[in-house]
Ligand binder design. Structure first.
Ligand SMILES: *Cc1c(COP(=O)(O)O)cnc(C)c1O
Length: 356
C-alpha cells in the first residue's frame, strides 16, 4: 500500500515523474541541459498561455520560498515601496523578507482566515506612494483563495504593480497575468504541477526587473534571466528535479492543462469535504471562499491533531496540521498529487473509521 500525501506539497508522485528522476546523468553546461531548461521555460509560460515576448519563466534551485524571496529582492527598485498584504503565514513571510533586506514596506494586516480588506488597501495606496503590492494568491495557512481580481482593480487605480506568491495556486487556480497587471508570480514544481521538491520558478514580466538593484547574488533574477535567455545558468541547477518537472508538465498538458487540473482538484476537494461533513466535521471557511487545492477543517471536539494524524498515517494517509495558534483547532487536507479514485474511496473509509 503506498502512502498518499494530503499535505500541501510535496505531493504523491506519479510513476512517470518518479521514473524521470532516473534519466541519464547530465552536466548543467551541456547542450542537453540547455534544451531541457529551454523546454521547461516554454512549458511554464504555456500553463497560462503567456507570450514569450513579454513574459519569462526563470528557474531556480530551491523551495518555493526561494522563488518568493528572489521575486521580492529582484523586482523592487532601490526607491521602491511595497505594500504587503497579510492574512496568513505566507503573507507574513513576505513581510519578513522585506524587513530582512531593508526593502521599504508597510503592511495591511488581516487575521489568519480573514478576507483581504480591499478598502483598507485602497486607503493605504491613496495615503502614500507604493510601487508594488505583494500578496499571496492561495493562503495555504487556511485554504483561503484571495480575491486578486478585486485587489488588481485597486492597484491599477494607484499604479502599483502586483507581486504574487502563487506557490500553492500556479497550475490550478486562474492567474490573469495580463489583466490583473502582475509584474511577477513565484511558484514551485512540487505543488499543483506535481513535480518533486527542488525546483522553483518565477514567471515575470521582462520589464519588471529593469530598475532593481542587485540585493543578493544567488537570488538575483536579472542574472538568471540573462543567463537562461542565453541557454545557460549562473549556478548548478538541480538536474534531476528538472527532469521530473519536465515529465510532470507533459502529464499536465496531456491531461488537459490548467483548467483540467482545476476541475480535478475541485472534484476531489468536494468529495473529501462532503464526506467529512457527513461525519460532522466542519470546514474552517465556506467552500466558496477556498481554493480548489486545500481546505482547512475544524478538529472535532475531544480529538487532538496528533491522534487523528497518527490514525490516518497508519491507514496510509498523511494529513497536515494547522500552523501556529491554529494547530490546536484545525487540520488541513490538500487535493494535489497522483491520487486515484481508489485512493479517495480508501480515504473515505479511513476517515469514517477514525472519526465515526
Ligand atoms: C508552500 C508555500 C510556500 C513555500 O514553502 P516552501 O516550504 O519554501 O516550499 C510559499 N507560499 C505558499 C503560499 C505556500 O503554500
Amino acid at each position: 500500500m503506498r502512502t498518499i500525501l494530503l499535505n500541501p506539497g510535496p505531493v504523491t508522485l506519479s510513476a512517470r515523474v518518479r521514473a524521470a528522476l532516473a534519466r541519464p546523468d547530465l552536466c548543467h553546461r551541456e547542450s542537453e541541459f540547455a534544451m531541457l531548461q529551454d523546454g521547461l521555460r516554454r512549458k511554464l509560460l504555456a500553463v497560462e498561455n503567456l507570450d514569450a515576448a513579454t513574459w519569462a519563466a526563470v528557474l531556480l534551485t530551491g523551495s518555493g520560498t526561494a522563488a518568493v524571496e528572489a521575486m521580492l529582492v529582484s523586482c523592487v527598485p532601490a526607491d521602491g515601496r511595497v505594500l504587503v498584504i497579510e492574512n496568513g503565514v505566507y503573507g507574513e513571510r513576505m513581510q519578513r523578507i522585506c524587513a530582512a533586506y531593508g526593502i521599504d514596506h508597510a503592511r495591511v494586516h488581516g487575521g489568519w482566515g480573514e478576507a483581504i480588506d480591499v478598502d483598507a488597501v485602497r486607503a493605504a495606496l491613496a495615503a502614500a506612494r507604493y510601487t508594488h503590492v505583494a500578496v499571496v494568491h492561495h493562503e495555504t495557512t487556511t485554504g483561503r483563495l484571495n480575491d486578486l481580481a478585486a485587489l488588481a482593480a485597486v492597484c491599477r487605480d494607484s499604479g502599483a504593480r502586483l507581486l504574487v506568491d502563487g506557490v500553492s495556486s500556479f497550475g490550478a487556480e486562474t492567474i490573469e497575468f495580463d489583466r490583473w497587471g502582475l509584474d511577477a508570480c513565484a511558484a514551485t514544481a512540487n505543488k499543483c504541477l506535481h513535480g518533486v521538491p527542488g525546483t522553483a520558478f518565477v514567471v515575470l514580466r521582462r520589464a519588471a526587473l529593469a530598475a532593481a538593484p542587485a540585493r543578493g547574488v544567488y537570488l538575483n533574477l536579472a542574472d538568471y534571466l540573462a543567463r537562461q535567455d542565453a541557454h545557460g545558468t549562473p549556478f548548478t541547477q538541480s538536474v534531476q528535479t528538472f527532469y521530473a518537472l519536465d515529465e510532470a508538465l507533459d502529464e499536465f498538458f496531456e491531461a488537459g492543462g490548467r483548467a483540467a487540473r482545476h476541475a480535478l482538484f475541485t472534484s476531489r476537494m468536494r468529495r473529501i469535504r462532503s464526506h467529512l461533513e457527513q461525519l460532522r466535521v466542519r470546514g474552517m471557511l465556506p467552500a466558496a471562499e477556498c481554493s480548489c487545492v486545500l481546505h482547512g477543517f475544524e478538529l472535532p471536539a475531544g480529538r487532538t491533531y496528533a491522534v487523528l494524524h497518527d490514525a490516518l498515517k497508519a491507514r496510509g494517509f498523511i494529513i497536515y496540521a494547522g500552523q501556529g495558534a491554529l494547530s490546536e483547532q484545525v487540520f488541513r487536507i490538500s487535493a494535489m498529487g497522483d491520487i486515484g479514485e481508489d485512493d479517495l474511496a480508501r480515504l473515505e473509509t479511513a476517515l469514517s473509521d477514525v472519526l465515526a
